[in-house]
Write a protein that binds this ligand. Sequence first.
Ligand SMILES: [Zn+2]
Length: 164
Amino acid sequence: MVKVYVAIIAVLVFVGCGPDNNPNVKSSMYQSVNPQEATLLQSGKDKGSCGRCGMDLVMFYKTSHAAEHDGKHFQYCSIHCLEDHLGEGVTLKNPKVVDVDSLKFINVGDAHYVVGSKKRGTMTRVSKYAFSDESMAKKFQAMFGGEVMNFTKALEVAKEDFKH
Ligand SMILES: [Zn+2]
């Protein structure tokens, strides 16, 4: 009889720990946001994908960059893919990056990048996260390490990934 009770309790415990009731959980990656938090600047059916590598822009939103070329909006999963586009010799207008804190796009000139922190990067081993507020960048750096730098320097580091 004791065995039967144990079996019943085991079943109840198992049911109690069943799958999450919310099937719409977002990816556990640091870069990911909920779709309603993301700003997608491209148009057309591929607006949710990186203009270079095709990766999902909501999944890699916190490292997303954007720019204009030939009157068209391009959005990238990362500064890596922006640099990949620049590598073709094009001039990209109005480059922007997502501010990790507000999740809004800001001009790259106003961004403080934390480069090489412990947080995983997108398309690179040396992660780069941008903040509009320098104190937020310093706070992030205090927690996860890395170096605070401007866009030009962060782009130089991104270029390193293309040298093999
Ligand atoms: Zn990409």
